[in-house]
Design a protein. Structure first.
Length: 147
């Protein structure tokens, strides 16, 4: 808008418009003239966008940080899936959280004691000897009861 048309618009607004419209127009013109508020609003807009961007990335790294602290065997896969979840509108993120929380170094994947792997389900030799002796004692009592 060139200077001439701005002056013409101002003249039309001053002559033909009702008083409340003229006052409103003059207030808007004077408020738009403060460059500090314009730059402050622009800075605030950029700041909020940058903070939201980094916050979303930080939130999506939470399952990876959990997996890393628990020495999860699949922590690299959880980290990669977290990045994929950014592009799938966060659909995978709750599953990544569950996946990261399901493993603990002291008990593995299961809910019982031990590592939960194949070695943890095998009884020790002492336990096997105790069970064999107990079975022999039970067989002796059953045979003695039958006589």
């Amino acid at each position: 808008m060139d200077c001439y048309s701005f002056q013409r618009l101002r003249h039309i607004a001053a002559v033909k418009a009702p008083l409340w419209i003229r006052e409103s127009y003059e207030n808007k013109v004077s408020a738009m003239g403060d460059p500090f508020l314009n730059y402050f609003a622009l800075f605030l807009l950029f700041f909020v966008v940058v903070v939201l961007f980094y916050a979303i990335i930080a939130i999506h790294d939470i399952p990876y940080k959990i997996a890393e602290s628990r020495e999860h065997p699949h922590q690299d896969a959880i980290h990669a899936a977290g990045w994929v979840s950014l592009f799938t509108l966060h659909a995978l993120w709750p599953f990544l959280w569950i996946w990261a929380m399901a493993y603990r170094p002291e008990r593995g994947w299961g809910f019982a004691g031990g590592h939960g792997g194949a070695d943890a389900s095998k009884p020790s030799l002492d336990e096997l000897d105790k069970l064999k002796r107990r079975i022999e004692e039970l067989e002796k009592t059953v045979k003695a009861g039958d006589r």
